[in-house]
Each structure stands twice: as structure tokens, then as C-alpha cells.
Design a binder for this molecule. Structure first.
Ligand SMILES: N[C@@H](CCC(=O)N[C@@H](CS)C(=O)NCC(=O)O)C(=O)O
Length: 200
């Protein structure tokens, strides 16, 4: 939304507050955010990738996030899936494990998630030797997937000296005004992030 200057009214969901959680689950029982409620078109749109395509289609701004070219669109969707499934998901596995009671930890699953993240980092690093953004030379939906995944990914598994192209790509994301604004607004909540494994 910041990328295209799309006006919206933010609603914060506090999952630790019973009323806020229940209201959100009534909308979207899966309980993951973001979810977009479009009053004008009477639509509920969950899942960030779908929200972005929906906005591109119905409320286009100056910067289309899904390329019109069919091959580039496929490349964008693949990169979006890649970041969601192979960076965001293992990152969340590692973070989620830190939030579990010590007796319920899944060390094997965390090791698998770290290995998956390493593989993804190496693939991104190789790709970023020759390209600017996740799907090529323009900022797309895939960069919207990459930004939060890498933001938290580097906190659970640092990029390291072997992945300098990845680190430079992440620096470009952090410099992007839309993402910088989202990060600045998220600052009050950073304290909720479990920095270290309490059992480590
Ligand atoms: N596939 C979803 C994932 C969204 C997601 O993981 N959201 C996190 C916050 S970034 C969440 O809702 N966490 C709360 C929970 O899992 O209980 C998307 O892309 O929108």
C-alpha cells in the first residue's frame, strides 16, 4: 500500500487480547494477518500475495507489483512462493520454537528449518549476483514477500560473509521507502520478537 500510495485504514490485531483475537478469527479463522477488508467492493481478502494482486487489479497505482508480461508474471509468482515457503516458513518455524515451553521444543525441526534457510540463502545469493530485485529488474510482489522474510530471517540465521549479494539485496529492501516506513511503524512491537532461544 505504501509502495503505491493506496489509502487504507489500518487495524491492529492483538492476538493476546481475547476480544481482538475472537473478532479477527470470526473474519478469518486461520488467524494469520494481514487480511484486507474492502468495504467498497464488499470483499474480504486474506493472504498477502493475494492482497497485493487484488490491489494491483482493483486499485492500481503508479507501480504495478505484478508484471503484465506473462513470463515475468510467472517468474514473480515463483519468487513470491520461494520467499514465502522457503524463507518465511522456516524462519517462522525457528521463531515459533523459541516461543514454545522448553519441554515442547523441536530441535530436529529447527535444525531442518535452518538447513532449508541456508539452502535458500545460497540460492538467493547466486541470483542476486546479477539482478536487483527478487524477480528481475523491477520491484514486484516477490520483493514484498522477501522483505519481511529476510528481515526476521537474518535474526535467526545471519546471512554471513558467504552471502554478500544477499546482504546487498537486503540493504536495497531496507532502503526502499515503502518498506522502511513499514519497519519504522513495526518498531514498537520489536520487543515481542524472541531474540534468543531461552533454552540455548
Ligand atoms: N501466508 C500468510 C502468512 C502470514 C503470517 O505468517 N502472518 C503472521 C504475522 S507476519 C501471523 O499472522 N502470525 C500470527 C500467528 O501465526 O498466530 C501471508 O502471506 O499472509
Amino acid at each position: 500500500m505504501y509502495e503505491n500510495g493506496t489509502p487504507f485504514e489500518p487495524r491492529i490485531v492483538d492476538l493476546s487480547d481475547e476480544a481482538s483475537r475472537a473478532a479477527f478469527l470470526r473474519l478469518w479463522p486461520i488467524g494469520k494477518f494481514p487480511v484486507l477488508r474492502d468495504e467498497a467492493r464488499d470483499r474480504l481478502v486474506p493472504e498477502s500475495s493475494v492482497i497485493i494482486e487484488y490491489l494491483d487489479r482493483h486499485y492500481p497505482g503508479p507501480a504495478p507489483l505484478m508484471p503484465a508480461d506473462p513470463d515475468l508474471a510467472l517468474k514473480t509468482r515463483l519468487a513470491d512462493r520461494f520467499y514465502d515457503l522457503y524463507v518465511h516458513e522456516p524462519m517462522q518455524k525457528i521463531v515459533g520454537d523459541r516461543l514454545r515451553p522448553a519441554s515442547e521444543r523441536d530441535a530436529f525441526g529447527v535444525a531442518q528449518a535452518k538447513a532449508r534457510l541456508q539452502t535458500a540463502y545460497a540460492m538467493i545469493d547466486a541470483e542476486m549476483a546479477t539482478q536487483m530485485w527478487a524477480a528481475g529488474e523491477t520491484f514486484t510482489l516477490a520483493d514484498c514477500a522477501a522483505a519481511p522474510a529476510l528481515f526476521y530471517g537474518r535474526l535467526v540465521l545471519p546471512f554471513g560473509d558467504a552471502h554478500l549479494n544477499l546482504a546487498r539485496y537486503f540493504a536495497r529492501l531496507m532502503d526502499r521507502p515503502s518498506f522502511a516506513r513499514a519497519v519504522a511503524e513495526a518498531k514498537p512491537y520489536f520487543g515481542l520478537f524472541p531474540q534468543e532461544d531461552a533454552a540455548a
